[in-house]
Design a protein around this ligand. Structure first.
Ligand code: HEM
Length: 124
């Protein structure tokens, strides 16, 4: 996310001056092992109450942080779950390349890179 500083401030030893353009990498912590051990591993148990890795303050921010946090966050989460539920119950899928290794493309939001391809092999 880009922001324009409205006043001078210091961050981690850097002086940011009023009017400077700042890029805030809100999703960078999502890949940092100090917050998410073994961050590239699919580990759904991260979200269980005894671990709550996504609940550390300021760490999990796919919808931004602050006064401009995504207005559609709840809607988007429902749509994502709904789409996955419909897909997984109506079609069988397979990887086009079964040996594909996940690479993350960070722009515009972190996603599998363009070589991540799946195809429908059967309609149920
Ligand atoms: C996975 C889906 C989505 C992601 C990852 C996402 C992410 C974001 C992020 C990071 C921001 C903050 C941008 C900033 O602060 O500069 C934002 C803002 C916003 N999003 Fe989303 N969004 C998603 C879906 C949606 C949907 C479905 C809607 C509407 C139905 C929506 C409506 C908005 C609006 C209106 C803002 C601007 C809020 C403001 O400036 O006060 N988003 N979104």
């Amino acid at each position: 996310m880009t922001r324009t500083a409205i006043q001078d401030f210091e961050f981690q030893g850097y002086l940011v001056q009023k009017g400077d353009q700042v890029v805030v990498g809100t999703t960078v912590p999502h890949q940092l092992p100090q917050f998410y051990p073994n961050p590239d591993r699919f580990d759904i148990d991260r979200y269980l109450p005894d671990r709550k890795e996504n609940k550390k303050p300021g760490v999990f921010a796919p919808f931004g942080i602050g006064s401009h946090t995504c207005l559609g966050a709840g809607f988007a989460e429902i749509l994502i779950n709904l789409n996955m539920a419909v897909l997984l119950t109506t079609v069988d899928l397979e990887m086009v390349d079964p040996h594909y290794n996940l690479k993350v493309d960070p722009i515009p939001t972190p996603s599998p890179d363009k070589n991540f391809k799946i195809r429908v092999i059967k309609h149920r």
